[in-house]
Design a protein around this ligand. Structure first.
Ligand code: NAD
Ligand code: TYD
Length: 352
């Protein structure tokens, strides 16, 4: 019997690398193909522990390039797709929305077309799994949670591009009967996250005694999930999810930014042997993000009850693990924050 070929896009990025690792280790009977264009956010260093496994393969390709995507599907005949490749940072989407349309919308449609073209005569046994975000539902201004049935109301160019890609995926199911499934997850944190996002940025700045740029008053609320738990959820949705369904993923773990930042400061003081309260002095209030969504909160009851998934870690344990990883991997941090990233940082924060 030939082994199932699973294409994972964006596998050199933060969440993708954890998904690739889980699948390569847990499913030796699958051939795992990691397709990634290695943008600033993609880093093969994230996968050194599994890169020599016989069921792991890396393909460098751009999902925006329809011709090469079609050729790759023709050559490898991927049975199923788990699609994570994307531009993922809200601040960058404010500066350069078109890039988000190209990668997140056009790139997704290219993959849908290539998959459809390959399997249109018989979709049985194949799946196109699209990994999305809770940000498509917009911003909550009072109590309540995002449900799978919450109407889409994206507010940033990033979330608008992800919402658009989700609509295309559903449209391909409705129109062509393509077997698809979508999950929408809350904010992830953990090892290997690029330090432009809140948690690794602040860990890195505390380490280097640099100001901690809090947008606005720090009152925005996010719902944080440890990345390995997201990867476990993706495994469950891929194997047990119902075709054409949506699954919201989250850990019922809401934090106001300022409270979360204070926890990071406290743990960092302890780990770095600094006096309690030392790192908090680095907090600096800066101009708010344009159109800053106030609150995200996921109702994860569907995936918990229907697929039996639940988070494996409490937040306190997850944040310690994360900080320990960044402190033990300073070379990784120094490598990814040099060069182009240093320019991005100056541009993003010097005018705030
Ligand atoms: P990331 O930015 O860390 O990684 C994205 C990866 O995609 C990188 O490896 C990059 O090289 C690759 N990529 C970008 N453009 C590409 C292109 N044109 N062709 C091929 N590869 C390309 O992102 P992440 O945080 O790991 O997010 C992964 C997915 O999960 C995204 O679809 C994102 O929308 C979704 N998501 C993220 C979060 C979060 O908190 N980070 C939460 C929910 C959903
Ligand atoms: P981020 O990690 O960019 O994720 P998202 O915007 O997709 O939720 O930001 C998390 C929260 O932290 C968000 O409310 C914006 C805020 N934030 C800051 O206050 N300062 C920063 O430098 C960054 C990057 C984010």
């Amino acid at each position: 019997m030939t082994k199932k070929k699973i294409l994972i896009t964006g596998g050199a990025g933060f969440i993708g690398s954890h998904v690739v690792r889980l699948f390569v280790n847990k499913y030796p009977d699958y051939e795992i193909y990691n397709l990634d264009f290695l943008t600033y956010a993609g880093n093969l260093e994230n996968l050194t522990d599994i890169e020599s496994k016989p069921n792991y393969h890396f393909i460098k390709a751009d999902i925006v390039d329809a011709k090469s995507i079609f050729q790759l599907f023709d050559e490898y005949k991927f049975d199923s797709v788990i699609h994570l490749a994307a531009e993922s940072h809200v601040d960058r989407s404010i500066t350069n929305p078109t890039e988000f349309v190209m990668t997140n919308v056009v790139g997704t449609v290219n993959l849908l077309n290539a998959f459809k073209n390959l399997w249109k005569d018989n979709f049985d046994g194949h799946l196109f799994y699209h990994v999305s975000t809770d940000e498509v539902y917009g911003s909550l201004h009072d109590g309540g949670f995002f449900l799978e049935t919450t109407p889409y109301d994206p507010q940033s160019p990033y979330s608008a591009s992800k919402a658009s890609s989700d609509h295309f995926v559903r449209a391909y199911h409705n129109t062509y009967k393509m077997p698809v499934v979508i999950s929408n997850c809350s904010n992830n944190y953990g090892p290997n996250q690029f330090p432009e996002k809140l948690i690794p940025l602040f860990i890195n700045n505390i380490r280097n005694n640099k100001p901690l740029p809090v947008y606005g008053k720090g009152e925005n609320v996010r719902d944080w999930l440890f990345v390995v738990d997201h990867a476990r959820a993706i495994d469950d949705v891929f194997h047990k999810g119902k075709i054409s369904e949506t699954y919201n993923i989250g850990g019922f773990n809401e934090w106001k930014n300022l409270d979360l930042i204070k926890v990071i400061c406290k743990v960092m003081d302890k780990k770095l042997g600094r006096a309690n309260g030392e790192s908090e002095k680095l907090i600096t209030y800066v101009t708010d993000r344009a159109g800053h969504d106030l609150r995200y909160a996921i109702d994860a009851n569907k995936i918990m009850h229907e697929l039996g998934w639940k988070p494996s870690l409490q937040f306190e344990e997850g944040i310690e693990k994360t900080i320990d990883w960044y402190l033990a991997n300073q070379k990784w941090l120094d490598d990814v924050t040099s060069g182009d990233y240093a320019k991005y940082y100056d541009k993003m924060y010097s005018k705030r």
